[in-house]
Write a protein that binds this ligand. Structure first.
Ligand SMILES: CC(C)(COP(=O)(O)OP(=O)(O)OC[C@H]1O[C@@H](n2cnc3c(N)ncnc32)[C@H](O)[C@@H]1OP(=O)(O)O)[C@@H](O)C(=O)NCCC(=O)NCCS
Length: 228
């Protein structure tokens, strides 16, 4: 079992973690002050993706009273790969959550401007970027936005592949937009966010990415549904 993945709105107490994650996967794009300002902005929507490891009862036990409290609450019996702990020893979560993904978009008139999308390099290539992009687009739909746009480095093949998969098209180029190293930005757009066909596609993408995550032995909790 890989553990529990959680999507939540980013919280103020995650500031240190998000600055570190930004440094790791975006090269230090936004400072602490910028994240703080974004959290306070009504037009900015920030989502966090966290991972909580799920430990075996044996590991829990070695944590003393904390582990003892965890016992008896076991609700699932999914064997841990590579351990001999009997299923009933497995407990839901234990370690503190680790921030592994971040996304942000600005809501400007009827457009979603995607400003941040990043996944910790240790967790890339597992569908989590797609999960976060689905979440951004779902939130944009809920805000009744009609289009989504973003800038991306011309050399960023992974991001370009990801956005193309979700129907983004190249609409322009900003010469020398990025520094360190200097590079052009491609401007991508995705329209039709308000069309029922897009809503159906989004539902299918989300289902596919969730299936992949469950197949990889993650559990997923998306707190956005709690408030909808
Ligand atoms: C872009 C980013 C968010 C994607 O996250 P991720 O979790 O790695 O993405 P996914 O696992 O969902 O993979 C997305 C697609 O990219 C493709 N991909 C993954 N690694 C790739 C690589 N090295 N080269 C080309 N394509 C790649 C995959 O094929 C995948 O599609 P598929 O699973 O249908 O085949 C992540 O790589 C990242 O944080 N990069 C650094 C920050 C960044 O560039 N952000 C975007 C700025 S606009």
């Amino acid at each position: 079992m890989n553990g529990l993945l959680e999507i939540n709105p980013l919280k103020l107490e995650q500031l240190n973690a998000v600055v570190e994650l930004d440094r790791l996967c975006l090269g230090g794009l936004w400072t602490r002050e910028v994240y703080q300002r974004e959290l306070a902005s009504p037009n900015s929507r920030l989502l966090s993706l966290s991972r909580t490891a799920e430990l075996s009862g044996r590991e829990q036990g070695s944590r003393g009273a904390e582990g003892q409290r965890g016992r008896g609450k076991t609700s699932r019996s999914i064997p841990l790969l590579g351990t001999s702990a009997p299923p009933h020893f497995l407990t839901p979560h234990s370690a503190s959550p680790q921030l592994i993904g971040i996304s942000c978009f600005w809501s400007i008139l009827e457009e979603a401007h995607i400003t941040i999308l990043g996944v910790n390099p240790d967790y890339q290539g597992k569908g989590l970027g797609q999960l976060l992009l689905c979440a951004i687009l779902q939130d944009a739909v809920r805000c009744q936005l009609e289009r989504a746009t973003l800038e991306v480095r011309v050399s960023n093949r992974t991001a370009l592949y990801l956005y193309e998969k979700f129907g983004f098209k190249q609409a322009g180029r900003r010469r020398g937009y990025y520094k360190n190293p200097q590079e052009d930005a491609l401007i991508l757009w995705r329209g039709d966010l308000d069309r029922s066909e897009f809503h159906q596609m989004l539902t299918n993408w989300y289902q596919q990415v969730c299936d992949r995550i469950f197949h990889d032995q993650w559990r997923l909790r998306d707190s956005r549904w709690d408030s909808y």
